[in-house]
Design a protein around this ligand. Structure first.
Ligand code: GAR
Length: 210
């Protein structure tokens, strides 16, 4: 089983979905560490109660991003981490850090990328009047929310709904998509090759959700 760290900043509901899936003996990722850049992250309690090691590296204790990322990297190496799963981790990572973990670090974002990067994603989607939104899992590269796509789930927009409604329905789709995507990458059945995601056989169907 691939030694995996989940990085969070807050609620940690995607983390919880992956932790729940990883309870199965045949799940290819073993969650060895949950790490937060925010001391008060609610997800830390959930991880601890699941018996997973937790660690806080408060970004406020570092004078720049390079210093914070060096501390992050040291903690991941110390735990023997092989795969890094970003789950609502709201810090930009330095190009140096993303390069080191290239192909071994993934993120989930609550839109159908490449549309609506960054924050206030659901407001952006509703303002654009899209009929379909959704979520995307991708390999992390130096460019925010722009790495090679691993999987997506579609969420139809409902006329008249607000961003919170769309966020809630998208989150439910995230909780289906992320455990499947983490499993695929941990098993090596989806991998980064020449700037693209390549799949073993029909493995892509597990992360192409409508
Ligand atoms: C999720 O919707 C995730 O996709 C989003 O933050 C939320 C975290 O919720 N991530 C981003 O916007 C990253 N750019 P969670 O802490 O309950 O998993």
């Amino acid at each position: 089983r691939r030694r995996t760290a989940i990085l969070i900043s807050g609620r940690g509901s995607n983390m919880a979905a992956v932790l729940d899936a990883a309870v199965a003996a045949d799940y290819p990722a073993q969650i060895v560490l949950v790490l937060s850049n925010r001391p008060g992250a609610v997800g830390l309690e959930r991880a601890a109660s699941a018996g997973v090691a937790t660690l806080v590296i408060d970004h406020k204790g570092y004078k720049d991003r390079a210093g914070f990322d060096a501390a992050l990297d040291a903690a991941l190496e110390a735990a023997g981490v092989e795969l890094v799963v970003l789950a609502g981790f709201m810090r930009l990572l330095t190009p140096q850090f993303t390069l080191k973990w290239l192909g071994r670090m993934i993120n989930i974002h609550p839109s159908l990328l490449p549309s609506f990067k960054g924050v206030h994603v659901h407001e952006q989607a509703l303002a654009a009047g899209v009929r379909f939104s959704g979520c995307t899992v991708h390999f992390v590269t130096a460019d925010m929310d722009a790495g090679p796509i691993i999987g997506q789930a579609v969420v139809p927009a409902v006329p008249g709904e607000g961003p919170d409604d769309l966020a809630a329905r998208t989150l439910a789709a995230e909780h289906r998509l992320y455990p499947a995507a983490v499993a695929l990458v941990a098993a090596g059945r989806a991998r980064l090759d020449g700037g693209r995601t390549v799949y073993d056989g029909d493995a892509w169907t597990a992360v192409t959700l409508t």
